[in-house]
Design a protein around this ligand. Structure first.
Ligand SMILES: [Zn+2]
Length: 135
């Protein structure tokens, strides 16, 4: 578990900028309280190497996924414990977080990430709807 501001950080994927190079699909941790975004500690070294290498080559866009094949579940396990919490509360907090990330994506002008987040939001609001009907 990673903590920031006393809240547990949430795992996600996004784009980071290293000088002029944009690195896409980097596993990140996001603080729902202060909105701090940091590279997931399990891939910190890989990120630095790839970002430096791409920057040195003058590449403007690089996809982290093409270089680092890390199993997503192993990266994000233990980040949030889904089972002990109320599913509706989890969906609500995931929606809130995606909305926050959407603002970040818009800010840095990452339209691909924006699209992915909007898709995820649509799925999650359906799930929220279903959970609310059950309750
Ligand atoms: Zn924080």
């Amino acid at each position: 578990m990673s903590f920031c501001c006393g809240a547990s950080m949430v795992g996600t994927k996004g784009t980071l900028k290293h000088y002029r190079t944009q690195v896409h699909n980097v596993p990140l941790l996001f603080c729902p309280v202060c909105h701090r975004v940091e590279v997931h500690y399990k891939v910190e070294n890989e990120y630095e190497i790839l970002a430096e290498y791409a920057h040195g080559d003058g590449v403007t866009d690089v996809d982290f996924q093409d270089y680092v094949m890390e199993d997503e579940e192993s990266i994000f396990e233990n980040v949030i414990n889904m089972e002990t919490e109320d599913p509706l509360a989890i969906v609500r907090s995931q929606i809130d977080m995606s909305l926050d990330l959407l603002a970040v994506a818009k800010q840095i002008g990452d339209t691909k990430w924006e699209r992915e987040l909007k898709k995820r939001l649509a799925v999650m609001s359906q799930r929220r709807h279903r959970l609310q009907q059950k309750a």
